[in-house]
Ligand binder design. Structure first.
Ligand code: RUB
Length: 296
């Protein structure tokens, strides 16, 4: 079935089996590729209609991040411009998909290179959640010979901090794991840089990222610790302000078994918003920029 892989990928994204905006976008591109290869559409009209259906299944899988809808919409828009009929149209669509994947992976590499320059010898760096873009920065810095330590917050409730900690320590980078609520204490004791990823950067350059990011930014500002966001421009959203972003709220049982506190309503928002005035720099594929230097 042409749409089966698309549906399965959307389900895996929803169930957090695929996480992090870049990985989600790449998985969506892969699912689109599978759909195109197995499409039996005879006409251009039929093909585009099904492609749009595939796109909306993927887009609906997680509401707060914009890289996925941006990537998928750009894909559909480019394919829709092609006048050819299948099978030529299919061939062109696959080429566009491959170019998009290349663009995303190259952006991550370039951000790694720009970001590595910001990492200095002897730094203690605090990160939150698991961001493949942040991983790229830290690994590139390590490859460049910088020597530093990384503090990973556990990142309740899903524990993406374990993924980060395991990835970095396997790379040879000295890594510490801390519970989320220990972040302020370590920041008071000598964190030199807070580095996070982004799911969306809104019109006014607010950053939507994993819940807990905004409190790290508040503490960083108070303690005068630079707060950096590593993000592909694919995550820029010129259509929404922070107030207009729907913050995904996930099931209560991700936090606690429901029968443990039967009379308590558990809330589980998974992203929050950090305003531009708390962000020192954005590390993007266009360079390391202050919020005021970015055009969204
Ligand atoms: C992941 C998260 C990451 C961003 C950036 O949240 O908030 O910081 O997605 O990651 P979740 P990347 O685990 O809920 O998807 O740099 O890989 O795009």
């Amino acid at each position: 079935m042409p749409l089966s892989k698309v549906r399965e990928t959307a389900k895996r994204i929803k169930e957090m089996k695929i996480q992090g905006a870049v990985s989600i976008s790449l998985a969506a591109a892969q699912a689109m590729e599978h759909f195109i290869k197995s499409s039996k559409a005879k006409t251009r009209k039929e093909f585009i209609a099904k492609l749009e259906e595939a796109a909306s299944i993927l887009i609906d899988s997680r509401p707060s991040a914009v890289a996925l809808p941006n990537a998928v919409r750009e894909y559909v828009a480019k394919v829709s411009e092609i006048e050819a009929e299948p099978p030529k149209l299919k061939k062109e669509a696959l080429r566009i998909g491959r170019a998009l994947v290349k663009e995303i992976t190259e952006s991550v590499d370039i951000i790694g290179k720009f970001g590595a320059v910001e990492v200095k010898d002897g730094m203690n760096i605090l990160i939150h959640c698991h961001s493949s873009t942040v991983m790229a920065v830290l690994k590139q810095a390590w490859r460049n010979g910088k020597r530093f330590e990384v503090y990973c917050t556990e990142t309740r409730p899903w524990g993406q901090g374990y993924v980060s900690a395991s990835e970095l320590s396997n790379y040879g980078i000295p890594t510490r794991l801390i519970v989320d609520s220990a972040a302020t204490r370590f920041m008071q004791q000598g964190i030199d840089l807070v580095l996070v990823g982004a799911d969306t950067v809104t019109k006014e350059k607010s950053v939507v990222n994993k819940i807990g990011t905004s409190q790290l930014a508040i503490v960083a500002q108070k303690l005068k610790i630079p707060f950096y966001v590593a993000t592909e421009t694919l995550k820029f959203d010129s259509s929404r302000t922070a107030d207009e972003v729907e913050i995904e709220e996930r099931p209560a049982d991700e936090i606690i078994r429901r029968d443990q506190l039967p009379n308590v309503k558990i809330r589980n928002p998974v992203f929050d918003i950090t305003p531009a005035e708390r962000i020192h720099r954005f590390i993007t594929e266009d360079g390391v920029l202050q919020p005021g230097e970015i055009d969204i």
